[in-house]
Design a protein around this ligand. Structure first.
Ligand code: NI
Ligand code: MN
Length: 223
């Protein structure tokens, strides 16, 4: 069983007993909702969706502590390598195999937070489980393609509005993706991105075949 732990905002840890550990967008030190300290994490890979501080966060610090391999867009990967860190550069539409499975970078409509870059999302094959992490993004119609190209077990979607798609757009994203399960994030970190995950759950389960999993920061989910 894979286990996904939510650290608040857009930070997730994906692990399976005795196997490689993946960390997504580790924004911990300045995250008012986090439940973990960067120095307490031992991980093998760090996936970074874009360069905004609430996503890049503690990534370089953790990579320096653990020798984890950073997986991101070419612009962020080159910057990380410039800091003396291990990084693998990919870009939009490209998939690459890793010992745990593979990572494909998807479109995300959002700022890159780095000169010349582009924000991304990820479709991760983690020991046979397919997970889509949308990053920060607006709703876009080509999310339908993401769901057609990979049969998703789990889709992680921002719902907090203002900086990303809001709750109702994320309901439509869920209908496009057709994942077995959907999990909301990027809400309630600050008052500006308040959203009710129970309302999201009710609407998704009414309008789609997906089930919604809600995690409080610090909680984990096995699938
Ligand atoms: Ni952002
Ligand atoms: Mn963000």
């Amino acid at each position: 069983m894979a286990e996904l732990t939510f650290f608040g905002h857009a930070s997730f840890l994906l692990k399976e007993e005795g196997k490689e550990i993946l960390l997504f967008d580790p924004f911990l030190t300045d995250n008012p909702s986090t439940t973990v300290k960067p120095e307490d994490l031992k991980v093998d890979y760090i996936l970074i969706s874009h360069g905004h501080a609430d996503h890049l966060g503690d990534a370089y610090k953790i990579a320096g502590n653990t020798d984890a391999l950073i997986i991101s867009t070419a612009e962020i990967a080159r910057q990380a390598q410039g800091e003396g860190l291990n990084a693998h550069a990919q870009h939009l539409g490209g998939r690459h195999a890793y010992p745990f499975g593979s990572v494909k970078l998807t479109l995300a409509f959002h700022g890159s937070g780095i000169a010349g870059g582009h924000a991304c999302g990820f479709v991760v094959d983690y020991y046979g489980k397919k997970i889509y992490f949308a990053g920060d993004t607006a709703l876009f119609g080509d999310m339908k393609l993401i769901g057609e190209l990979d049969a998703l077990d789990l889709a992680l979607l921002p719902i907090g509005d203002n900086f990303t798609m809001g709750l109702d757009d994320a309901v439509m994203a869920s209908s496009f993706l057709g994942a077995k399960e959907v999990l909301p994030y990027h809400y309630n970190t600050w008052p500006l991105i308040e959203a009710d995950p129970e309302e999201f759950k009710q609407k998704v389960e009414q309008k789609t075949k997906s089930q919604v999993i809600i995690l409080e920061p610090g909680q984990s989910y096995k699938f």
